[in-house]
Design a protein around this ligand. Sequence first.
Ligand code: NDP
Length: 457
Amino acid sequence: MTDDPRVEIYTKTNCPYCEKAEALFDEKGVDYVTYNVTGDEELFAEMKERADGRETAPEVFVDDELVGGWDDTHALEEAGELDEKLGLVTDGGSETSDEDRAGGGDAAGEEDVVEHRKLVVTGTGIAALTAGIYAARSNNDPLLFEGDEPGGQLTLTTDVENYPGFPEGISGPDLINDMKAQAERFGADIEHGVVEAVDDSVRPFRVELSNGDVYTADAVIAASGASARTLGIPGEDELMGYGVSTCATCDGAFFRGEDMVVVGGGDAAAEEASFLTKFADTVYLVHRRDELRAEDYWEDRVQQHVDDGDIQVLWNTEAVEVNGTPEDGVSDVTLVRHPEGHPTAKLDDEATEQFSLNVGAFFVAIGHTPNTEYLEDTGVELDDEGYILTQGGKGGGQTKTDVPGIFGAGDVVDYHYQQAVTAAGMGCKAAIDADDYLEGEVSAAAGEGGEAAPADD
Ligand code: NDP
């Protein structure tokens, strides 16, 4: 074993990705120090300098060497290189120090299965956690895999004001943490792991993680949520973390006093623009049409900020390039506008005008893509965008997929309602549907002398 690694994490208050980074090191039993840069300009400047100009928290260092933000840390973990950096590998070099990987061999046979569970749930967002609570209470021994975005979309929300039972509202991270504690109280297990594939050609299902671990499960609830979409315009990727962000809650405070752009016209964009007025000089809400699709409540909030001079809405406008450098951050954004909207589809039209805005930050809030890649090779039917197509179920439960024993809940299914409370409702239904299925399996197995039936397809 090498000397203990020195892990340092620059964090900020209300920073879900910082919590994710800390949770990862907690899980590994690795000590670390945190420096909270919120409201401390000197510390923020120190972080920026050590992190090669990056202005987003967390920034993780191991033995003085920059690992990066949550995405970089997570990518290193997925590549199996974080343990190496932390000195957690044995002398053999390639295996982690976790001795109890069952078998440890290379063959993809029975012996490499880490564990068998009655029920595996992908995700730890609100649908997954609700499924965990119900499944644990039904003695279905659920194991929840926490992937790249622990806690899901709600951890990126400041105040949840429409979740029933909280008259004063509750913060997204608090709601998720309480639900985790509730699921664990009833016996649900939560482990870090990105599910890469589910093999539905065998029973029990094989659940394969990106680190190579394989679990088996009698039933699977897919509740892995959705990830933020980006525009795919020049400058966006290069400046992600340097002034471009998909999370106003996480990064807004870093750009205090600057002008900022938010792209989108839904609830998320309206909420983020409203939130950013706390820090920004002016928030430019850039929307490709001439009306928002946000609910009335958010439209009214935006209108109030427009009246107060904090938000300026740029109708019928789209961003075509974000300009700047990682060293100096975002300098300006190039935009196009057409009086009838969707200007990027009308670039050759003489009514389309191009202009630029000097801003210090650029937030993208244009919806999400469901995280269902790991189901692509299964019999589970997905629509063109990757949403799971579920079937009625008892009472219109809508969590059964085409593969008996695999269920879907939350944002992997629901492209319409997408509310915390509807996700919770679906998580509950999926756990009840899975319980019915598992009871049927047990009866069938008993009838067949204890052998689980092989897959049909
Ligand atoms: P939405 O799908 O509702 O809105 C996405 C917005 O982005 C639309 O206005 C869309 O424009 C625009 N857009 C999409 N693609 C592009 C593109 N390539 N270029 C420019 N603009 C683009 O997503 P949200 O994330 O806002 O909301 C998703 C769900 O989550 C909703 O059901 C919402 O109610 C819920 N939600 C609720 C919140 C709350 O109540 N606190 C907060 C956040 C989300 P167009 O309108 O032209 O299609």
